[in-house]
Ligand binder design. Structure first.
Ligand SMILES: Nc1ncnc2c1ncn2[C@@H]1O[C@H](COP(=O)(O)OP(=O)(O)O)[C@@H](O)[C@H]1O
Ligand SMILES: [Mg+2]
Length: 464
């Protein structure tokens, strides 16, 4: 008798992926030869291939290296290697592999760490149930996008309360290095109510990637996340691909009907990778050495997030800003492309105020359409206290302000500790969105002197 197991029908590949694979297949061999190598740019003669196509550089006695078409020198394609080149000489053979990159995607990618090509780098093989999809570069039609009208929980009180973010919204996290970006991303991953999280780590050092996965994310965060990594030692084309790959995975999850959270750390390093490629392809440098293609690429990346009829991608892009550099072109461009920005402030971090979110400097442009009028008014009230305190901080700190001179400053001083108590949060704690908003409304409705007294009493109790 046939054993029952043999009667289970074989799992067929997803028909979509078959059609797409056929579309991108190269039906005959296209071959050329390396004409010249300049830095990271390999010029090829004797063949042509479309922009973005994948080729293999084939030195006679080394393993083939993948490379991507990034431009043309007259009719000759310019390739950027996607992997480190061990050995390459003019005249070496080049072969067109595919007109587009494809990836294996599916729910079982959650909990896995993969590279820019979708290959696992956590030492285990990928599960068999993944379907192959072609990496596309198209964004959803802007007219078919449903409005963003539901809040997404991050579990971080400062965000859910003061900077509420919508399902399908795109925000920037602006911060210098070492201020607390990775810790915040880890907190959000663990605290969010998104169905799935996709994290792109672009251009970080290997040590930072390990720390992020072990400490900031932890086993609980990793369980629901797919982490796509291209460390700083990888070729520029691979770093660039990592952000694209993560976005493609998020798109696939969105098409499957999920609410996805996409975290890209950092978009600055993504732009730097494109700068390397653009310059290698012969583009002229413009602002700060960035070629025009960088400013073309950023909207292409960011526009792929958002809500569609099927699902959503809510995206956080981290942007590196050092000091108060207002002329940093990447920060400037990204700020203009997104629906809000969260600024992390080093001064707050130094004071031990974590997460170091600078509320007066930050904004979620869609918050007003996501919260009740009551929450909206409470946010305004708390913001007013914070801005008032900031404006008078110099006077207050040198003791030049006399209580009773200005009732608004008096309130701001009284409310300072209660507000900070709400905003500060241990990185291992998660607060449900409804609780964050309830706390905010209660705090805004409490008279300043009463709130201050409550904090003072609580402090006395813990001290005594
Ligand atoms: N929420 C937090 N609670 C306590 N310490 C934090 C918190 N966030 C950041 N830190 C401190 O700041 C350091 C750098 O944080 P990290 O998230 O790695 O910054 P970045 O990713 O911006 O370089 C951490 O090692 C930690 O000491
Ligand atoms: Mg970091």
């Amino acid at each position: 008798m046939t054993p029952v197991a043999a009667l289970v029908p074989p799992r067929l590949p997803d028909p979509r992926s078959v059609v797409e694979s056929i579309d991108s297949m190269v039906m005959f061999q296209v071959r050329g030869r390396v004409a010249s190598v300049t830095g990271d740019a390999v010029t090829v003669q004797g063949m042509t291939a479309p922009l973005g196509a994948l080729c293999e550089l084939m030195p006679p006695d080394a393993k083939p290296t993948l490379a991507r078409v990034i431009g043309f020198d007259n009719t000759r394609p310019i390739l950027a290697p996607l992997e480190a080149i061990s050995r390459l000489a003019a005249g070496d053979r080049v072969r067109l592999v595919s007109n587009a990159m494809s990836l294996r995607v599916g729910g079982s990618l959650c909990g896995r760490i993969i590279d820019a090509f979708g290959r696992p780098i956590d030492g285990r093989p990928l599960s068999e149930d993944l379907s192959r999809v072609v990496v596309s570069h198209t964004s959803p039609d802007s007219l078919s996008r449903p409005p963003i009208d539901q809040p997404l929980q991050t579990g971080v009180r400062a965000i859910d309360g003061m900077l509420t973010c919508g399902i399908g919204q795109r925000l920037g996290i602006f911060a210098g290095s070492g201020v607390g970006k990775s810790t915040l991303l880890g907190m959000i991953t663990r605290g969010t109510n998104a169905d799935r999280v996709v994290i792109a780590m672009v251009g970080e050092r290997g040590r930072e990637v390990n720390e992020f996965i072990q400490n900031s994310l932890g086993p609980e965060g990793l369980k629901k996340a797919v982490v796509v990594v291209a460390t700083s030692d990888r070729p520029a084309a691979q770093r660039l691909s990592a952000a694209m790959t993560a976005t493609s995975i998020a798109e696939q999850f969105r098409d499957d009907g999920h609410n996805v959270l996409l975290l890209v750390d950092s978009v600055t390093r993504f732009a730097m990778a494109q700068r390397e490629l653009g310059l290698a392809a012969g583009e002229p440098p413009t602002t700060r050495g960035y070629p025009p293609s960088v400013f073309n690429m950023l909207p292409q990346l960011v526009e792929r997030a958002g809500r569609t009829e099927k699902g959503s991608i809510t995206a956080f892009y981290t942007v590196l800003v050092e000091g108060d550099d207002q002329n940093e072109p990447i920060a400037d461009t990204v700020r203009g492309l997104l629906d809000g920005h969260i600024v992390l402030n080093r001064k707050l971090a130094h004071r031990g105020h974590y997460p170091p979110i600078d509320i007066p400097q930050s904004i979620s442009r869609l918050q007003n359409q996501l919260v009740t009028p009551e929450v909206r008014e409470s946010v305004l009230k708390i913001r007013e206290h914070m801005v008032q305190y900031e404006n008078s901080e110099d006077l207050i700190s040198i003791g030049a302000y006399r209580a009773g001179t200005d009732p608004r400053i008096d309130s701001a001083i009284a409310m300072r500790d209660p507000i900070n108590l709400m905003l500060r949060q241990n990185s291992s704690d998660q607060t449900p969105l409804a609780d964050s908003q309830r706390l905010l409304v209660t705090l805004a409705a409490t008279p300043p002197n009463v709130a201050a007294q409550m904090i003072a009493d609580a402090n006395k109790r813990t001290a005594g």
